[in-house]
Design a binder for this molecule. Structure first.
Ligand code: CTP
Length: 396
């Protein structure tokens, strides 16, 4: 059976679409999953505990301070489940989850949950379009939640528009897709670097670059989704459901990697590292001198981080580099891969304006050490490239 052995935690919040969840539960049970339901107190206005108990053949959880084992309920239930599905997700619960509020069992559970979460919102179309609701949804999507958007149609409140709970078949299929792929990187420890380093000039200025970190974030999110233990090292403040370390400079990045890399299985180095740093950083803000039209800042070379890491790499570890070029893409990428002793290099042409830096899209060429299979993608979302890259580099 498709879901045998899988444990699903199903959260129901207060909305009329709650009645449709009985059908979703039947699909899960028929596919062999063990389903435990947690309700917000408001959800009880729409479905009964008796129905859900009968359908799941399990206890139904509602109250935050219910009698559990010695462990608090939200820890117990979140530890044992493989996936958390919240459907329907109301605007109210979405707002609480996006802001870390734990005022009932369901919101406490999701805050303690560090595995994949599917959110299927359902609400009035005006509520769905509300800019705060949209901001919360974007925040959750960027933090690795899987959002199944509501559909257009006739709503229970009499309106027409986007707000109906997605078809339960769609939620079911997404659940199967995630649970089936979930384990392909289980047990792997993967380090991903993202964003452009910042080399200080004085307390207010730095030398930076145009990297947005999007490619690295997509890789880290995908690795996490497939079950890896992820450590994301980045120059950009982010909130993720896995370990993140914030750095600014190339030297800080090297120091963190030197410490972290030996205990990892792979390093995917998508960060744009500054090749040079300022030789003498001023302690005070540099003032413009009325008599000088030009100033000179002396730069010194930064360490090549990948070269340094490759020196301590063992045969069981993978090191993947990225390569930004404006000309002779493949030739330069191959030479960087050999020079830095990499297992793979991912080359992208940064002269093409509609892809690469800051864009959600990219076109990349993945080159392996043996140069036996050089693969160039079409223009794809960075999230799609991340999936493809992980499958390629970790294929047996
Ligand atoms: N890189 C690194 N340390 C540096 C510079 C780059 O580890 N000091 C890494 C990048 O993170 C990337 C790869 O090396 O994975 C290639 O980076 P890129 O900027 O394309 O090339 P460089 O080696 O910096 O060479 P150049 O700037 O001359 O093209």
């Amino acid at each position: 059976m498709l879901l045998s052995g899988k444990k699903i935690l199903l959260g129901i919040t207060g909305g009329i679409a709650a009645y449709k969840i009985c059908d979703l539960i039947r699909k899960y049970i028929k596919s062999g999953a063990d389903v435990k339901v947690v309700l917000t107190p408001n959800a009880l206005n729409f479905v009964t505990e008796t129905t859900l108990k009968a359908l799941t053949r399990n206890q139904v959880f509602i109250h935050q301070f219910e009698e559990f084992d010695w462990k608090p309920g939200h820890i117990n239930l979140s530890d044992e489940a493989d996936l958390f599905v919240i459907a329907p997700a109301s605007a109210n619960s979405i707002g609480k989850i996006a802001n870390g509020i734990c005022d009932n069992l369901l919101t406490s559970l999701v805050t303690a949950f560090n595995k994949p979460v599917i959110l299927a919102p359902a609400m009035n179309s005006k509520m769905w379009q509300n800019k705060f609701v949209q901001k919360n949804i974007a925040k959750l999507a960027n933090s690795g939640f899987f959002i199944i958007e509501p559909e257009e149609g006739e709503l229970a409140c009499g309106y027409e528009g986007q707000g109906r709970l997605a078809d339960t078949e769609k939620i079911f299929k997404k659940t199967c897709e995630i649970l089936q792929k979930q384990n392909f990187l289980k047990g792997k420890k993967i380090i991903v670097t993202a964003g452009g380093t910042k080399e200080p000039i004085d307390p207010v200025r730095f030398i930076g670059n145009r990297s947005s970190g999007k490619m690295g974030f997509a890789i880290a999110d995908a690795a996490y989704k497939y079950g890896a233990k992820v450590c994301l090292i980045t120059t950009i403040e982010v909130c993720k459901p896995y370990e993140t370390i914030k750095i600014d400079t190339a030297q800080e990045l090297l120091s963190v990697l030197t410490q972290k890399f030996p205990e990892s299985d792979a390093l995917i180095m998508s960060a744009a590292v500054a090749d040079y740093r300022v030789k003498e950083i001023c302690d005070n803000k540099i003032k413009k001198d009325k008599n000088e039209d030009e100033i000179n800042i002396q730069l010194v070379k930064n360490p090549d981080i990948l070269k340094e890491i490759s020196k301590i790499k063992t045969s069981s570890q993978l090191v993947v580099g990225f390569c930004a070029e404006t000309e002779n893409l493949i030739e330069n990428a191959v030479s960087k891969m050999e020079n830095k002793n990499l297992d793979f290099i991912v080359a992208n042409d940064v002269s093409q304006k509609e892809i690469g830096f800051e864009s959600d899209y990219n076109i990349v060429t993945i080159i392996d050490r043996q140069k036996s299979d050089i693969q160039t993608t079409s223009k794809m979302l960075k999230t799609e490239i991340a999936d493809l890259l992980l499958k390629r580099i970790f294929s047996p």
